[in-house]
Every structure is written in structure tokens, then in C-alpha cells.
Design a protein around this ligand. Structure first.
Ligand code: PLP
Length: 364
């Protein structure tokens, strides 16, 4: 029997990197450190309390969680304007992104991004019948601001999405670059929103700013964040966004009712109360990243400058062979980015030592 699947979905494979039980899982940019026991206990207690009310639907507007996220972002990004009404959240920033596309995308509408970038962006567009257009980044993976502004003027996108730090390259944006995008977006007839996807923001190098500080001046700017990366909380699924209240109100229209379960809200609130403990190793990961970049360069490879918890390196004549050779030695990385490049997430010092020795074996 033939299923009446949408023609544009026929034959497509679901998105997803391999989940393999190997010694070094360095392929999806997770934080390699499990939550400390004290945090595990706090989460368990918080979930236990929530479980007593599971006969009821959860707080649809997740007021407590928004309050906690606002307090966290105010402190993390040194901004003083963030109130709970400036926060939106969903099951991972993937779902936040889908809400953005549901609210602003649609047939006859265009979303613009900058390649190479996060491979889910075209999927949100596809799922909402939105056209997805990319402008190539420069050779060093920084934004080609002139080309970006020209494309905004020509294509009149409803939404510009730019990841900072960018996945898979690690490239962060300066505030001047965001301002240039905003100026171009403000001229688009009918309006254009700019979304800065800061999934990896907490790993940025000292002095690299967050676009959150620009939100007060721009009602069409949103900054997306996640607890999946620096927070060591990928399994909990909690992403969020900072924007003007009028922007958030639009997203409320498209969300499913009660999309954040009471268990998710309880888990995330307990984690936010312990954010320092959960992010205790972020400095270590940053240092390990910088050492990894330095080591890769010393071996003669090119490595993109990175503000994230991963590094894109290459070029390899046969990257599949290198990927496979590493996997045979218990090291799982990611084949992504332009042809010839590979991406490695930063793990523990032991995992990175294994990565280095395996890479030398495979490429010698
Ligand atoms: C740039 C970027 N944005 C968003 C996400 C989605 O993260 P999550 O849905 O876990 O919050 C990822 C995950 O890898 C990412 O790399």
C-alpha cells in the first residue's frame, strides 16, 4: 500500500548523527561531563514535587522557568533589560527555531542564512514550506557582510538566521556585523526578523560579545540559546530565546498547548538553580579546545578559529576514510562542513588524547 506522503518528503532520511557506544563520543557537541551528584539530587527532588501534580496540565506559560531563565541570561550576558516577558522556551532550541519558522515562514517566504552552517536550518524551512537561501561565508568562514547585505536587499527574506558561534565552523559574530544585518533587515518591505543562534555562546572567548545586548534597540531581533551545550543538559531538551515581548507574543500563537511538560520545567529550574556547578568545566573545555586547535595546527592542518566547543579542521583528501579510521579506534567525530573537512567536539582530556593518537595513526 502506498502512503500519501508529501511529494517533497518522499525518500528523505530523518536527520540525526550516529549514537554509538564508543570510548570518545565527539560528534554532537555535547558537554562531556555528567551532572554532579548534588545537581542530580536537586533535579530528582524537583521532579518528585512536580510528579505530585501530574494529573494537571503544566503551567502553559512556564512563568517560573521564564523568571529563572531571565535571571540567568541577565547575569551571563551582563544585560539588565531581560524580564520574564522577554523569554520564550521550548523543547530544545530546535523547537524554538521551528516556532520561528511557523510564525514567520511559509509559502512564498524566504529565510536567509550563511553557509556552511547548522544543517537543521533547511529542514525547519522545508517543514514550513519556506524557501531557504544561503550566502557563502568567506574562505575563513567569517561573514561576508557586503554579500549578506546585498542578499537581504535582493531577496527580501522574512527571517535572517545566523549562528554565532557558527556550527560547524565555530566562527562568532561581532556586534558590528549584527548591526549591519539589522540595518539591512530594517529596510526590507514588509519587515524582516534577525535571529542570532547562540547555542554555543557560553564557550565564546573572552571579549566576544553576545548579541543579547542589542535586543533592547531592535524589536525584530531575537537571540536563541540552549541548555544543551555548556549547561551539560542536552538530555533534558530546553532551548530558549530572548526578544521583545511583541516578538514573543507571535511565537505563542504557533506553539502547541502545554508544550513544555511539568517534568521538563521542574528539571530545567533545578538545573538553573545550579548553573555554576553544571558549567563548572566550561573553562576547562575552552582550554582543551584552544590546546586542540594549537595541536592540530602544529600537525599542519588548517583549523577554523573557534569560539565554540568544537573545531573544524582539514582538509583531507578522503575524509570518510579518516572518519572511519578514527571510529575503528573508538573515536566518533562528525563528517560535516565543506568537502574535505571534519569536525571534532571537545571532550575530556582523556578523550582528546585518544583523538590525537588515533588521528596520528590514521593519517600517518
Ligand atoms: C547552531 C545550533 N543551533 C541549535 C542547535 C540545537 O540544539 P538543541 O535543540 O539541543 O537546543 C544546535 C545543536 O547542535 C546547534 O548546533
Amino acid at each position: 500500500m502506498t502512503l500519501p506522503i508529501r511529494p517533497d518528503l518522499q525518500g528523505l532520511k530523518p536527520y540525526g548523527a550516529p549514537q554509538l557506544d564508543v570510548r570518545a563520543r565527539l560528534n554532537v557537541n555535547e558537554n562531556p561531563y555528567a551532572p554532579p551528584n548534588a545537581v542530580v539530587d536537586a533535579i530528582a527532588q524537583s521532579v518528585r514535587k512536580a510528579a505530585q501534580g501530574l494529573n494537571r496540565y503544566p503551567d502553559r506559560d512556564f512563568a517560573g522557568l521564564r523568571q529563572d531563565l531571565a535571571a540567568y541570561i541577565a547575569q551571563e550576558s551582563h544585560v539588565d533589560f531581560v524580564e520574564p516577558r522577554n523569554i520564550w522556551a521550548a523543547n530544545g532550541s530546535n523547537e524554538v527555531m521551528l516556532h520561528l519558522h511557523q510564525a514567520f515562514g511559509g509559502p512564498g517566504r524566504t529565510v536567509l542564512s550563511f553557509a556552511p552552517t547548522y544543517s537543521m536550518y533547511p529542514e525547519y524551512a522545508r517543514d514550513t514550506f519556506t524557501e531557504y537561501v544561503t550566502v557563502p561565508r568567506k574562505e575563513d568562514f567569517t561573514l561576508d557582510v557586503d554579500a549578506a547585505v546585498a542578499a537581504i536587499r535582493e531577496k527580501h527574506p522574512v527571517m535572517v538566521i545566523v549562528a554565532s558561534p557558527n556550527n560547524p565552523t565555530g566562527t562568532a559574530l561581532s556586534l558590528d556585523e549584527v548591526r549591519a544585518l539589522m540595518r539591512a533587515a530594517d529596510e526590507v518591505p514588509g519587515g524582516c526578523v534577525v535571529v542570532v543562534d547562540e547555542a554555543y555562546a557560553e564557550f565564546r572567548r573572552w571579549g566576544t560579545p553576545s548579541a543579547a545586548s542589542l535586543v533592547p534597540q531592535h524589536p525584530n531581533l531575537a537571540v536563541s540559546r540552549t541548555m544543551s551545550k555548556a549547561f551539560a543538559f542536552a538530555g533534558a531538551r530546553l532551548g530558549y530565546l530572548i526578544a521583545h515581548e511583541t516578538f514573543i507574543d507571535v511565537l505563542k500563537v504557533v506553539r502547541l498547548p502545554y508544550h513544555l511538560s511539568a517534568v521538563t520545567q521542574a528539571t530545567a529550574r533545578a538545573a538553573l538553580a545550579h548553573h555554576r556547578a553544571l558549567q563548572a568545566q566550561v573553562d576547562e573545555i575552552r582550554a582543551e579546545r584552544d590546546d586542540t586547535v594549537e595541536w592540530l595546527r602544529a600537525q599542519g592542518w588548517t583549523v577554523a578559529d573557534t569560539d565554540a566547543n568544537f573545531a573544524l579542521f582539514g582538509p583531507f583528501e578522503d575524509r570518510e576514510r579518516v572518519f572511519q579510521g578514527l571510529l575503528e579506534r573508538g573515536v566518533l567525530i562528525r563528517v560535516t562542513g565543506p568537502e574535505g573537512w571534519l569536525r571534532v567536539s571537545i571532550g575530556t582530556p582523556q578523550e582528546m588524547a585518544l583523538f590525537r593518537s588515533a588521528l596520528l595513526e590514521v593519517t600517518s
